[in-house]
Design a protein around this ligand. Sequence first.
Ligand code: SF4
Ligand code: SF4
Length: 55
Amino acid sequence: MPVLDSKLCMKCFACLSACPNSAISESQNGPKFDNKKCKKCGTCAQMCPAGAITV
Ligand code: SF4
Ligand code: SF4
């Protein structure tokens, strides 16, 4: 399950389109991860320009 550091997130939502499993949705506080859909591939963490996601 990816963990978001909300202090680093700039809400660009690059992670959302990068997720191959559509496990990320938009929320006011940044990306919201769907536990059931996430395959822990790490793509979102790699694509985040702010380094705000840890998988
Ligand atoms: S890519 Fe990174 S900075 Fe952009 S919304 Fe996702 S977590 Fe936040
Ligand atoms: S780890 Fe992979 S499957 Fe999970 S939210 Fe990130 S990009 Fe999507």
